[in-house]
Design a binder for this molecule. Structure first.
Ligand code: EPU
Length: 424
C-alpha cells in the first residue's frame, strides 16, 4: 500500500507548534551508546521511522533496545559483534555512525555502506582517513567499510571539509584511543555539540565543542548516561518557512533560536516579524507577501543545506528574484523540477538556482525525492491553487513527526491517502 498527500492550497498557518528532538542528533546519540557497557537512556526522541531503524542496527550488533514513547533505552553488552551489515543499515545514512564506536571499543568493524537520501555522492573518505590516522586500516570490501587496528592512538587530523559524519565517527573512536587527538576543521553543528555533551557525560574528555578544533584525550572506558536530545533546528526552521510562505503567525517551541540565527535573519529580510524566546523558541509573523532574499548553503553557522529546499520554496512565491547557491551536495537541486510542475519560475545552472517569484503556484502531482525536498513541496502545495498530490511521502515521514497532524491543526488541509497497488 503506498500513500500520498492531498495538499489543499490557500492555507494560512496560525498557532503554536512544539518541536521535538533532532533526527540528526538522536541517531548519533543512539550509536554513542555502543561505547559504554550498560543501559544508556536517550530522551526527547522524535517519533520518526529512522529511530526504530537505528534501534534495529544496534540490535544487530548485540544491543537490547526498548523504545517507549519519546525515550530509548539502549543496553549494550560487554561482548558486541563487530559486524553491522543488517538490512536496516542500508535504509539510513546515520547507520554509518556505528563505525567509530565499534572501532573504538572492539578495534575492528565491518559496517555496511549506509543508505540515505539521493542528494549527491556521499563518500566516506574522510571517515576512513581519520580512522587511519588513529592507527586503523580501512578498506571498502563487498559493500562494507572494513576497519581494523591493533590499538588506537591519538593523532592530529585535518578534515578537508567540516563533515558532520566524519567528525562524529572520528570523535567516537578517539574517545577510547590512547593519547590526545586533535580534529581540525571539525564540524561545528549544534548536533556535534550535543554528542560532545553526551560523551562528556559518559566520561569522555573533549574540549572545543562548537569550534573548528576538537581536542580529545582518550580514556580507558566510558559509562552509560541519560541524555536529552536537542530540539530539531531543521524542523524548527521548516515551521518558520511555513509561516513566511503562508503569511501566517506561528509560535515555535522546543528549539533553541540561537541555532537558527541566520535563518531567522533571512526571514526578517523577507519581511517577517520575528521574536525569539531565549533558548526556548520563537514567534514569526509574516504580514505581507515575502520579499525575495538570496541564500547560500554552507556548514554551520552558515545556512544549512537541509533548508535549501525551503529557501527555494519561499522564493517561488516571493516578490522579486532570488539566487540560491548550494555548496554542500551537487544533486540537491533535483527537486526543483517538481517545483516547476507547480508553476514555479526556477532554473538551475551548476550549483546556483535562480527563482523568480510568482503570485500563486498551481497544483499538480509531484514526487518527493528526499525528506527536505518532500517537506518543501508540501509548503509549496499550501501556496498553490487547487489540490497538490505529493507522492513518495515515506521520505517526509523519515524526518517530520506528526507533520500532517500539526499542519492540519494549524489551519492547513492535508489528507493522507492510502492507495491500493494497481492489479496487473
Ligand atoms: N563528504 C565527503 N567525504 C566524507 C564525508 C563527507 O566528501 O568522508 C562530503 C559529502 O559528500 C558532502 C559534504 O562532505 O558533500 C558534507 O557531508 P557531511 O559528512 O557533513 O554530511 P553527513 O554527515 O553525511 C549530515 C546530515 C545531513 C546533512 C549534512 C550536512 C545526518 C544523518 N545527515 O550528513 O542531513 O545534510 O550532515 O549538514 O546527520 C537531512 O537531514 O535531510 C540530511 C541529508
Amino acid at each position: 500500500m503506498s500513500e500520498h498527500f492531498d495538499v489543499h492550497g490557500g492555507a494560512r498557518l496560525v498557532g503554536e507548534v512544539e518541536v521535538v528532538g533532532a533526527k540528526n542528533s538522536v541517531l548519533k546519540l543512539m550509536a554513542a551508546a555502543l561505547l559504554a557497557e550498560g543501559t544508556t537512556t536517550v530522551t526527547n526522541c522524535p517519533q520518526i521511522l529512522d529511530v526504530p531503524l537505528m534501534a534495529d542496527v544496534l540490535r544487530s550488533v548485540g544491543c537490547d533496545v526498548v523504545i517507549d514513547g519519546d525515550t530509548a533505552h539502549i543496553t549494550t553488552p560487554s561482548e558486541l559483534s563487530h559486524r553491522a551489515d543488517s538490512a536496516a543499515m542500508g535504509k539510513l545514512r546515520a547507520s554509518v555512525c556505528v563505525l567509530g564506536p565499534l572501532v573504538g571499543r572492539l578495534k575492528k568493524a565491518v559496517v555496511a555502506l549506509p543508505g540515505g537520501d539521493a542528494i549527491g555522492s556521499r563518500p566516506l573518505d574522510m571517515h576512513q582517513n581519520g580512522l587511519r590516522k588513529l592507527g586503523a586500516t580501512s578498506t571498502i570490501e563487498h559493500g562494507c567499510v572494513v576497519a581494523e587496528a591493533d590499538g588506537l592512538h591519538g593523532a592530529q587530523i585535518w578534515l578537508d571539509f567540516p563533515s558532520v559524519g566524519a567528525t562524529e565517527n572520528i570523535l567516537m573512536a578517539a574517545v577510547l584511543a590512547e593519547g590526545t587527538t586533535v580534529i581540525d576543521n571539525a564540524a561545528r553543528e549544534p548536533e556535534i555539540v550535543d554528542i560532545c555533551t553526551m560523551l562528556v557525560e559518559m566520561g569522555a574528555k573533549i574540549e572545543g565543542a562548537g569550534t573548528s578544533t576538537l581536542t580529545v584525550e582518550g580514556v580507558e572506558s566510558l559509562h552509560p548516561t541519560e541524555h536529552r536530545v536537542i530540539g530539531d533546528r531543521i524542523v524548527g526552521a521548516t515551521w518558520a518557512f511555513a509561516a513566511a510562505m503562508t503569511r501566517g503567525d506561528l509560535t515555535v517551541t522546543g528549539v533553541n533560536p540561537h541555532h537558527l540565527e541566520l535563518v531567522l535573519e533571512k526571514l526578517r529580510l523577507a519581511g517577517a516579524d520575528v521574536t525569539t524566546f531565549d533558548g526556548k523558541g520563537f514567534r514569526i509573523v509574516q504580514p505581507e507577501r515575502p520579499r525575495s532574499v538570496d541564500f547560500v548553503t554552507l556548514p554551520y553557522p552558515g545556512f544549512a543545506t537541509d533548508l535549501q529546499p525551503f529557501a527555494v520554496a519561499l522564493s517561488t512565491v516571493s516578490e522579486g528574484t532570488s539566487m540560491i547557491t548550494e555548496n554542500v551536495y551537487e544533486a540537491r537541486f533535483r527537486f526543483i523540477e517538481e517545483m516547476v510542475r507547480l508553476g514555479a519560475d526556477a532554473r538551475t545552472d551548476g550549483h546556483h538556482a535562480v527563482v523568480r517569484g510568482v503570485e500563486k503556484l498551481s497544483s499538480a502531482p509531484v514526487w518527493a525525492s528526499d525528506i527536505r525536498a518532500g517537506a518543501g513541496l508540501v509548503l509549496a502545495g499550501l501556496c498553490a491553487d487547487g489540490v497538490t498530490e505529493i507522492w513518495d511521502v515515506f521520505h517526509i515521514d523519515r524526518g517530520y513527526p506528526h507533520f500532517v497532524e500539526n499542519l492540519n491543526r494549524l489551519g492547513a488541509r492535508i489528507d493522507r491517502v492510502a492507495t491500493e497497488p494497481e492489479r496487473s
